[in-house]
Design a protein around this ligand. Structure first.
Ligand code: CMP
Length: 135
């Protein structure tokens, strides 16, 4: 059954010129890109996007990094999109992510971990509203 999810290619990956490669991996997997946007998060928008982490000690670092440069946000559609995309991006700590996953192939950081993807239907709804200014 077709499902939608959101991913954000983070400032580290955009500045390294990896956005095209990363989008292409989702297209080759079989997902359809149904919305795509390049922008820079404002501090307020980033705090809203990541509000689930607002009480965590790394929240300041997270907001500072995600607002540090342009990101590319995409909404994609396809079978089992939310779970399959999480498998494709790999473990949060890029240095532990297995080769073959996006973080495993492109990153070594933790805060700077190449890509974010929604982990549930409710995260998708919240995050896509914030990233695409739908609310
Ligand atoms: P992401 O998938 O965007 O979701 C939340 C982000 O917080 C995560 O990727 C990491 O980049 C970041 N993060 C999670 N835990 C830590 C941590 N302990 N220290 C620094 N950054 C973290």
């Amino acid at each position: 059954m077709a499902e939608e999810t959101l991913f954000i290619i983070k400032p580290d990956a955009v500045s390294r010129g990896l956005a095209g490669d990363i989008i292409s991996r989702f297209e080759r997997k079989g997902f359809a890109v149904i919305n795509l946007k390049m922008f820079t998060f404002s501090k307020e928008q980033a705090e809203k996007f990541y509000n689930v982490h607002k009480d965590r000690p790394f929240f300041g670092e997270l907001v500072s990094f995600i607002t540090s440069g342009p990101v590319v946000a995409a909404i994609i559609s396809g079978n089992n999109a939310i779970a399959t995309t999480r498998i494709m991006i790999g473990a949060t700590k890029s240095y532990e992510a297995v080769p073959g996953s996006i973080r495993g192939d492109y990153g070594l950081g933790f805060s700077e971990n190449v890509i974010h993807a929604s982990d549930s239907q409710s995260s998708f709804e919240h995050e896509s509203r914030v990233a695409f200014d739908l609310s």
